[in-house]
Design a protein around this ligand. Structure first.
Ligand code: ATP
Length: 382
């Protein structure tokens, strides 16, 4: 077990005369036993970061430290790091037993019976002992995934690296493996870096998430901190489904003026905005309250444009005017049992304690919603 530190890690690829900065000055410290999920859109540099840590890609500049020792010049097979790939990368001509034993046979001088003991113990852990003598082609996708994991676990490495390991599985199996992997990582206590573009995996699996965009680190924090206190507009828009609503606004004397509406703000919020006038107002769909009457300037008479019933909840598209335009649509979610239909006139409340405000130029969050202790209810006996 070990702690892992990425210090100003940078990777530049050359394509003819063009430079592609795939990873740009990324620094993260990952504690011993911690599970960190690296998340971001396609092409943001997730895989390249992981491949540098694994030693499959050279480092352009910066340092990778494992327990304080620089490892960027250490050969991949000597790094005490095991990687699990999206493609599983199992050897088709070998049995499951052979696949799981192979790494240990190649990289250690453990006696055969010790290797077999470890393989069998890991197979038990993953609930696949009956598959040990099968070939990969005789396994389902989920079973192949377990073997790929087993091959990493059996090596008892200092660090696990996982590159979208669940993305070839169907939705149900993915959800199941998500929970299993979390439990396994907790039991084994091995420092883990897990790459995904799936925000559900990011929100649910990691102790912390590291969000990348365009090779740059946007925020590293617990999932809930990133969700409720995003560092910038990118993070705010990346996490959450349906996504946060954004409106371009101008700050004029204590009022945020959008194309479709005006939103007065308190002195406290105004103080956070300083002298920046060109802003973006953000509100999460679940924070919008539908119903009631217009009691203050944070309540708006709106028209229901479209309702998408999801069963557990409805996604409701509201417009400030009669016709939907790019700047006057507000997405809200309501309980699935609530009757609401297109064309209906409703009142929408945008509570001030739930708004986010971003600098329109830099994207930086100037004001985030306040999460008060009374908002966080504990589950206790009835
Ligand atoms: P995805 O989720 O699609 O796998 P990613 O976030 O893992 O994306 P990377 O694969 O790390 O992204 O790629 C980051 C950037 O580096 C992309 O612009 C990609 O085109 C570029 N890139 C990756 N590998 C190479 C390479 N060998 N040569 C040139 N450019 C590369």
């Amino acid at each position: 077990m070990a702690d892992l530190e990425l210090d100003s890690l940078t990777k530049i690829f050359h394509d003819g005369d063009d430079e592609i900065v795939a990873v740009d000055d990324v620094s993260v410290s990952i504690d011993d036993g911690e599970f960190v999920v690296v998340v971001g859109p396609s092409g943001c540099g997730k895989s390249t970061t992981l491949r540098m840590v694994a030693g499959l890609e050279s480092v352009t500049s910066g340092t990778i430290r494992l327990d304080g020792e620089s490892i960027e010049d250490v050969k991949s097979q000597n790094r005490d790091i095991a990687m699990v790939f999206q493609s599983y990368a199992l050897y088709p001509h070998m049995t499951v037993r052979g696949n799981m034993a192979f790494g240990l046979e190649e990289s250690t001088d453990l006696p055969d019976d010790e290797i077999q003991r470890r393989v069998e113990e890991t197979a038990e852990l993953l609930d696949i002992p009956e598959l040990l003598d099968r070939k990969p082609t005789e396994l389902s996708g989920g079973q192949q995934q377990r073997v790929a994991l087993g091959r990493a676990i059996v090596r008892d490495p200092a660090v696990f690296l996982m590159d979208e390991p669940l993305s070839n599985l169907d939705a149900k199996l993915r959800a199941q493996m998500r929970t299993e992997l979390q439990r396994l990582q907790e039991d084994l206590g091995v420092t883990t870096v897990y790459v995904t573009h799936d925000q559900t995996e990011a929100m649910t699996m990691g102790d912390r998430i590291a969000i990348l965009d365009g090779g740059r680190l946007q925020q590293v924090a617990t999932p809930l901190k990133c969700y409720h206190e995003p560092a910038n507009r990118f993070v705010a828009g990346f996490l959450g489904e349906p996504a946060m609503n954004f409106f371009d606004v101008e700050h004029r004397d204590g009022t945020l003026v959008a194309a479709a509406f005006e939103y007065p703000i308190s002195d406290d919020v105004a103080a956070d905005l300083g002298s920046t006038r060109e802003l973006v107002l953000g509100i999460r769909p679940e924070a919008v309250e539908i119903g009631g009457s217009v009691t203050d300037e944070h309540h708006f008479g709106m028209t229901v444009d479209v309702v998408e019933p999801m069963g557990d909840e409805n996604t409701v598209y509201l417009t400030f005017g009669d016709e939907a335009t790019e700047t006057n649509t507000l997405v809200a979610t309501t309980g699935g049992m609530r009757q609401i239909s297109a064309g209906q006139s409703v009142v929408a409340h945008i509570p001030e304690d739930a708004i986010h405000v971003f600098d329109r130029t830099s994207g930086r969050a100037l004001h985030n919603r306040r999460v008060k202790s009374e908002d966080v209810a504990e589950i206790g006996p009835e």
